[in-house]
Design a protein around this ligand. Sequence first.
Ligand code: FES
Length: 75
Amino acid sequence: MSNGPYVVKEQPGEKYWCACGRSANPPYCDGAHERLKTGKTPIRVVIDSPKEVAWCGCRRSGNKPFCDGAHKNPE
Ligand code: FES
């Protein structure tokens, strides 16, 4: 898990952002939420053109799955 965002140059396609924090391949879901019965499910995003995406790494964003700067706020 990361405190700040995962900034990735994404290619078009379907992405699944890990909402549970247990994926071994963050920021993407790897199915750990099912194995570990976290009660969370990933958020699906369709990227339509190549772009840089700042994926939330702290899971506190008000605009999940994207970073909104919430990682800078005290918990
Ligand atoms: S592994 Fe975290 S939501 Fe799927």
